[in-house]
Structures are given as structure tokens and as C-alpha cells.
Design a protein around this ligand. Structure first.
Ligand code: AMP
Ligand code: ZN
Length: 477
């Protein structure tokens, strides 16, 4: 067997330097990844889920390349205001007021709903999923460190991070410190020395009935949103780790503030690679939770889509390109996925076992090409095209095909060789026996019976296609 994985070259687009860079880990053979998790005041929308799918692909590619991955993700259950710049109301409190349920009930309910969605999408669970409310002391300790290092001030009852004490502030986002003093904003907090300063700890609640509050050296209150990611990532991954991810909306404020407070606290570089996923958009532009009107995975399931149709749809575009959602495009993804699975099912029925020892040159070339594509900034859409080529290649031994498909699917996470929960599988016996009968009828030149069977299958909602490998079928969408 060819062991190329350890040598696989991985290049990632690093937002920090706005360029493709060769990935090399801090600790040999290990990758430590932190991803910003959900704010659990509502269901995740399919745009959020696109970001988690991209992060899952990153993790799977690292696994494929032979790295041991440690993945940490936060769950924001306090402190995320409706505006990222310390403006507006706490999202959890707003949801509580509107629904009449306690903030704790809401957090638990939407955390569970989030993981149910990600499980359905074959997104691997983080090794550590940490709730903000369970790490208040870690945040307080970090703020104390910042205070000792002279990076904070207290005003109007809040503790602020002073960005003027951190000359590198805004480097990743390309912000210029000189422009910031004059940066007019709609709602300026008059306690801030610089409009871009941000709250580390609120002691004077902006809101009535604030129930999520804790004791701290600065008085009873609650943390700002950004501090949780710095505190929890460093707790579980150490002060310097490999990769931090999130959506592009986080570059200018959330991640910029995370970098400032983390590096001001430790005095050293915090994260080597920053990866940001572009947005899923719909007809009205950006899909957002706060707009209230958004699509969920449950809605797609209700509309008879398999969650993996959505995963396949997302994989058709590069993670750094915006992706426009439409039901027509989702239908196309569904068709392609079902077609793919059906071809693989036939292949598996025919050859049973996989063959990975002593790959032929032809097979090895496919694997090499695939690794080249996915290694170049996670290009799984090129990887999917490679998979289709493998399937269609009539000169490739079938057992090798199956082996390559299995390897590729460890990156795609599409359960391509798992037919147990497939709707298709339930119908498949009947369809298979009709197709066998039709094949015999055609062999015997009994075309009227063959056409009759095609009509029966049509009426059952099954489309068939005659290919050189045999007849394939799929359910009509
Ligand atoms: P939130 O739960 O709002 O904190 O967002 C969770 C993740 O989804 C973050 O990484 C966001 O950057 C990302 N995100 C938000 N909206 C979209 C969208 N329309 N498309 C893709 N990712 C998004
Ligand atoms: Zn974060």
C-alpha cells in the first residue's frame, strides 16, 4: 500500500496575511483547531451550518493527511449582544423575553438542537464543546491579567479593553488605528476612550432583569462576548495553537478583538492560521439569524431533503466564495448525490470488498490528484469532480475504485458507502428485481416488456438510466 498521506502538502489561505501559506503544525503531527460556535438563542440557520461544514472538511482533511486533531468549539450562552460592537440587547435575554422561557432553558434547548443538526450533517463533534457560562472564572482570570498588564480601564461601570495599548490592533482586518478615533458610529458609548474599545466585563447591566450575572473583582456582572473565545481556547489548546476559524463576518470585530486581548495577555503570537468561510446568501442577500426569517435544516428535512443533500450542495462551492441558495440548486445537488450513491451501491454489490494494497498506477494517480486538490485550500469541489472521474473510469479495477471512494469519503463525510439508513434502500429490493427482469427482457429482445417495466418504475417515482456498468436508478425529486 502506498503511504503518501504524511507527505501531503496542505496550503491554506491565511486571513492574517491574506495569502496561501503552506501549513506546518506547531507540534509535529498534531493540529489544534478552535472554531467559534453557535450563539444558542435560536436555531442555527443553513448559512451558519455552511460554516460548520467548511470547518468539518478542514478537520477531516487534517485527519486524512495523518494529523491528530484536537478540535475545540465554544457555545455562546451569555454576553453576545445584538450588535457585535457592544450595542443592543443580549441575544439570550431577548429570546427569553420573547418566548417566556428562562435563558437557561433556551440555552439548553438550542444547544441540543444545534448538535442534532450537525450530527445529521455528518459534522464531527468537537473534542471539547465548552459553554461560556461554565467558564466565567477563566474569563475573569484573563481580564485580571489584562488589567495587570495595563490594557484595561473602568468607566461607566464596565471594564474596557483599551486598543491604544495594543499597537497591532486591527492588523488582520487591515484597520488603521489613526482612523479609529474619528470613526463615527450610530450609537457611541461615551464611556469608551476609543470607539473601537470593547467591553470585557459589564458590571452595570444595560438591561433590566439581567439574570445571568456573576461576582467578579469589578462587581457583579457578566462578560463581554469576545473574551470567552480567548479564555476557553487558551484553556483547552494552550496559549499558542494552529488554526482558528469562523465566518467572514467575524474578521473585523470579534476576531480582531480576540487577537488583541489574547496577545496582550500573553505577550506572544496566539494563532498561526486564521480561516474564514464566506456567507451563504439568499435572494434577499445575507442570511442572518437576527432577521428572524431564515431556513433551518429541519425545514429542508420537512421538504423531503436529506441533510446530506445540503452538505453535498455546500461542497459544490469553495468555502471562500459566497454561495447563493436556491431550491433548484438544492434539487440538483440531491439528484447528483442520489445518482452517485446508486452507482456506488451497484459497484459495492458487484465487488463486495475494497482493494487498497498495491494500488495500480492508474488508481494511485487519482489519489495523488485528489490530494493535490484538497490540499490546495480545501478544494473539495475539485475533489468531488475527481470522485466522479473515478466512478466513470472503465479501466480502473472495481475493487480499487471502491477503495478510492472510501478514502475520499473520509474527507467528504457523505456516507457514500453506507446504505443502512437510506430511503433508497427500503425500495431497492423491489426496484432491483424489476430492473433485473428488464435487463433479461432486453437481452431476449422482448422490448415491449422492457418498456412496460420502465413505465412501472416511472409510476413508482423511479428514474432509470442505462450506463456501461449497468442500469442505475434514483428516486425522482
Ligand atoms: P452565530 O451563531 O450567529 O454566532 O454564528 C455561527 C457561525 O455562523 C459564525 O462563524 C458566523 O460567522 C457564521 N455565519 C453567520 N451567518 C452566516 C451565513 N449567512 N453564511 C455562512 N456563515 C454564517
Ligand atoms: Zn469566537
Amino acid at each position: 500500500m502506498i503511504h503518501r498521506k504524511k507527505l501531503m502538502l496542505i496550503q491554506l489561505y491565511n486571513t492574517l496575511n491574506r495569502q496561501l501559506e503552506i501549513f506546518s503544525p506547531i507540534v509535529e503531527n498534531e493540529v489544534r483547531i478552535y472554531t467559534c460556535g453557535p450563539t444558542v438563542y435560536n436555531y442555527a440557520h443553513i448559512g451558519n451550518l455552511r460554516t460548520y461544514i467548511f470547518e468539518d472538511i478542514l478537520r477531516r482533511i487534517m485527519n486524512y493527511a495523518g494529523y491528530t486533531v484536537t478540535h475545540v468549539m465554544n457555545v455562546t450562552d451569555v454576553g453576545h449582544l445584538t450588535g457585535d460592537d457592544d450595542e443592543g440587547e443580549d441575544k439570550m435575554l431577548k429570546s427569553s423575553r420573547e418566548s417566556g422561557r428562562s435563558v437557561w432553558e433556551i440555552a439548553q434547548y438550542y444547544t441540543d438542537a444545534f448538535f442534532q443538526d450537525t450530527d445529521k450533517l455528518n459534522i464531527l463533534r468537537p473534542h471539547t464543546a465548552c459553554r461560556a457560562t461554565e467558564h466565567i472564572q477563566d474569563m475573569i482570570n484573563l481580564i485580571k491579567k489584562l488589567e495587570t498588564n495595563g490594557h484595561t480601564y473602568t468607566a461607566g461601570g464596565n471594564v474596557y479593553f483599551s486598543i491604544d495599548t495594543f499597537p497591532e490592533y486591527g492588523k488582520m482586518a487591515g484597520l488603521k488605528l489613526d482612523d479609529m478615533q474619528s470613526g463615527a458610529r450610530i450609537e457611541i458609548d461615551t464611556s469608551k476612550k476609543n470607539p473601537k474599545d470593547f467591553v470585557l466585563w459589564f458590571t452595570k447591566s444595560k438591561f433590566e432583569n439581567q439574570v445571568m450575572i456573576w461576582d467578579s473583582p469589578w462587581g457583579r456582572g457578566y462578560p463581554g462576548w469576545h473574551i470567552e473565545c480567548s479564555a476557553m481556547s487558551m484553556k483547552y489548546l494552550g496559549p499558542h495553537f494552529d488554526i482558528h476559524c469562523g465566518g467572514t463576518d467575524h474578521i473585523n470585530v470579534h476576531h480582531t478583538n480576540e487577537i488583541a486581548q489574547s496577545e496582550a495577555a500573553t505577550g506572544t503570537k496566539w494563532v498561526n492560521f486564521w480561516l474564514h468561510g464566506e456567507f451563504l446568501i439568499d435572494d434577499s442577500g445575507k442570511m442572518s439569524k437576527s432577521k428572524g426569517d431564515f431556513l433551518t435544516l429541519s425545514y429542508l428535512i420537512k421538504k423531503s431533503y436529506d441533510p446530506l443533500d445540503y452538505r453535498y450542495f455546500c461542497m459544490g462551492a469553495h468555502y471562500r466564495s459566497q454561495l447563493q441558495f436556491s431550491f433548484a440548486a438544492l434539487d440538483a445537488a440531491k439528484n447528483a448525490r442520489l445518482n452517485l450513491k446508486e452507482r456506488i451501491r451497484i459497484l459495492q454489490d458487484r465487488c463486495g470488498s475494497v482493494q487498497g494494497d498495491n494500488l495500480s498506477k492508474r488508481a494511485d494517480d487519482y489519489v495523488k490528484l485528489f490530494e493535490e486538490h484538497i490540499g490546495k485550500d480545501l478544494n473539495v469541489s475539485r475533489g468531488l469532480a475527481d470522485l466522479w472521474q473515478v466512478i466513470k473510469d472503465q479501466l480502473l479495477p472495481e475493487q480499487e475504485k471502491l477503495y478510492i471512494i472510501k478514502q475520499m469519503d473520509s474527507v467528504f463525510g457523505l456516507s457514500l458507502l453506507d446504505f443502512t439508513n437510506d430511503d433508497l434502500n427500503n425500495d431497492s429490493k423491489e426496484v432491483d428485481s424489476l430492473i433485473s427482469e428488464r435487463t433479461i427482457a432486453r437481452k431476449n429482445r422482448n422490448f415491449s416488456r422492457a418498456d412496460e417495466i420502465r413505465d412501472i418504475l416511472q409510476a413508482m417515482g423511479i428514474d432509470i438510466k442505462d450506463t456501461p456498468e449497468g442500469t442505475t436508478w434514483r428516486k425522482k425529486v
